[in-house]
Design a binder for this molecule. Structure first.
Ligand SMILES: C[S@@+](CC[C@H](N)C(=O)[O-])C[C@H]1O[C@@H](n2cnc3c(N)ncnc32)[C@H](O)[C@@H]1O
Length: 264
């Protein structure tokens, strides 16, 4: 309206009637300009309303409190459930949800610390890069999970790994092979690292976000999340938890990621 008033005042101030635009035409021009302005304003208000409505719907999903909760973690990691127990819980819940109660299980990287005892209802097989006897009498197939054509499609009901994906050189190929090796209805569970010290075994290649790990599998997701229970755990020189500083001088932030998926 300010604009309309200014134009009309200018029009009145104009002396030469020959130069003056016809008042009706002028009014039309002014109305058109004001109309355009008003419709733009209305459009902005509508858009703002839609954005605010969208944000309000998202609000319950936005964890605004997360930084505060993380900062408060302090020494809590000392009383947290041990990480293997947390991973096992994710695996057992995923198997339960998918109704997989037994069958053939493949553990990738099972040469060290095989987890067969935690899945007693499964016929356990381990696959690892190196042909080694495996701990505690567990036989280990020599193979590379990024390319194992010697294993037929749909061979396993359950495929699992713990602290392995960060050591795989082309994890996207591993994701494809795992999907191929699963039978329809089969479940896969993996736990790897978002932040941890550098630890070559034999090589330390990658770190993953929860969505990054999930993106490797063309499966229905049962679980995908960060696990920051041990975020404040300082592994440099802490009693029985002490580790030598790594190549980069140690590490104190520790965050895992877990993924579980089912092949439909
Ligand atoms: C850090 S160890 C973890 C072993 C065990 N899960 C544990 O918790 O101690 C990683 C293992 O993954 C194996 N590995 C790395 N890349 C692999 C691949 N492409 N295929 C199969 N195993 C692989 C390594 O040989 C090693 O035994």
């Amino acid at each position: 309206m300010h604009f309309k008033k200014r134009l009309l005042a200018a029009y009145r101030a104009f002396g030469d009637p020959g130069l003056v635009v016809d008042p009706t035409q002028m009014k039309r021009l002014v109305d058109a300009r004001v109309g355009l302005h008003l419709s733009k304003q209305k459009m902005h208000e509508t858009l703002r309303g839609a954005v605010e409505e969208g944000l309000a719907k998202m609000a319950p999903q936005l964890d605004n409190d997360l930084p505060g909760r993380l900062a408060a973690l302090g020494e809590e990691w000392k009383s947290a459930t041990p990480r293997w127990d947390r991973v096992r819980e994710v695996a057992h819940e995923a198997l339960e949800r998918a109704g997989v109660r037994g069958g053939r299980m493949l553990e990738i990287g099972g040469r060290l610390n095989p987890r067969h005892r935690d899945f007693p209802d499964f016929d356990y097989h381990a696959l690892d890069l190196e042909k080694a006897p495996g701990a505690e009498g567990v036989k280990v197939m020599a193979g590379d999970i990024t390319n194992c054509p010697q294993i037929p499609d749909g061979s396993f009901d359950f495929i699992f790994s713990f602290d392995v994906f960060e050591h795989i050189d082309r994890p996207w190929l591993a994701g494809q092979e795992i999907c191929r090796l699963l039978r329809p209805g089969g479940v896969t569970v993996h736990s790897t690292l978002f932040a941890w010290r550098y630890h070559p075994c034999p090589i330390d290649y990658f770190r993953f976000t929860a969505p990054g790990l999930k993106s490797l599998f063309d499966l229905d997701c049962l679980y995908s999340d960060f696990d920051y229970s041990e975020r404040r755990r300082d592994v440099r020189g802490q009693g029985r938890y002490a580790l030598k500083p790594d190549l980069l001088g140690g590490w104190r932030e520790n965050v895992r990621v877990h993924y579980a998926g089912v092949k439909r």
